[in-house]
Design a binder for this molecule. Structure first.
Ligand SMILES: [Mg+2]
Length: 315
């Protein structure tokens, strides 16, 4: 009898402890809603300072759009922070969900904007994550909805692009999307061909505002066919970070990801147990923490602030 009651008691105790921790967590963040701009700033700075030891890592992974630049405009502190990491001999990888551009285009863009030489193997995009999957499944014939750059990257990896009996439809961020491509994809899906998407982002930040990204295309195809994509690569799928950790033989706790989106960048970091830094230079606002219930280790106004905190650890 006692042996039956004891585990039940432990379970109740565990439930009680969890309820206290969870309530405290929610209370901490609910507090954000009632505070003015100055109080939020004070909270943010104290929060970052409290977690500062988590900034000392071997591998630094950066989202690009909204974190390092917006369109062709470099964001504050980007060059200085990357230069400092290079000086300290840290590993740096630049990731992007945006499959409208090729790896080579990202290398050129980053090198030009940052004024620093970037190697092509420092770039990892949702296109490369998708290609890795296609190769692992030995898929060769693709119907692609993508830009010319995206299609060229697929062809350079040996894939045949065709609308005649493809093995799979690949949906990328196609900034040249038109009705004919959508019509063809929907008809193929109705005939039983599966589709995958390079990433899930609903919109893409630009200086003009947020423009439709692949998540919006998926919504349209789902409405027309009632079919979900078979797989969605890129952030927040943790496979993207996990493959990088494996490649560099680095433990999750030795890496940190910087990004401007809670539901992709920060969620992926959480999913792969790396540290996370939310940049307020792009899509997410500090009060979105409660909306998504995803809590990063750092919340930075810009990369200058991150640099200052990292330098304070070296003093
Ligand atoms: Mg971004």
């Amino acid at each position: 009898m006692i042996s039956l009651r004891f585990p039940r008691f432990l379970l109740k105790l565990q439930k009680y402890i969890y309820s206290i921790l969870f309530t405290k967590n929610c209370m901490d963040y609910n507090w954000l809603f009632n505070k003015d701009k100055n109080e939020l700033e004070k909270f943010r700075k104290e929060y970052n300072k409290k977690n500062k030891d988590s900034l000392n890592k071997k591998l630094f992974i950066f989202d690009q759009d909204g974190t390092l630049y917006i369109d062709n405009n470099l964001l504050n502190g980007a060059t200085e922070f990357i230069k400092y990491l290079n000086l300290k001999g840290k590993k740096i990888i630049f990731i992007s969900n945006n499959s409208s551009r090729s790896t080579l285009a990202y290398k050129k863009k980053l090198s030009n904007l940052l004024g620093i030489s970037i190697n092509q193997d420092q770039i990892y995009t949702s296109t490369l994550a998708t290609i890795a999957y296609l190769k692992s499944k030995k898929i060769s014939k693709i119907y692609s909805i993508g830009t010319a750059e995206f299609n060229e990257e697929l062809i350079s990896h040996g894939f045949e692009l065709t609308d005649k009996n493809p093995n799979l439809i690949v949906l990328a961020f196609d900034t040249s999307l038109n009705y004919q491509k959508l019509k063809k994809a929907c008809l193929l899906i109705q005939n039983g061909v599966e589709y995958v998407a390079t990433h899930p982002d609903k919109v893409c930040p630009t200086l003009e505002g947020f423009i439709p990204d692949i998540g919006s295309f998926i919504a349209l195809i789902k409405t027309a066919t009632n079919k979900e994509p078979q797989n969605i690569f890129g952030k927040p799928n943790p496979e993207l970070i996990n493959s990088l950790l494996k490649k560099f033989e680095i433990k999750p706790q030795e890496a940190i990801i910087f990004g401007d989106r809670l539901y992709t960048d920060i969620k992926m970091g959480k999913n792969s147990n790396t540290s996370t830094a939310l940049m307020l230079t792009g899509e997410s606002k500090i009060k979105d923490l409660l909306k998504y219930e995803i809590f990063p280790d750092f919340i930075f106004q810009d990369l200058n602030e991150a640099l200052y905190l990292l330098q304070s650890l070296d003093k």
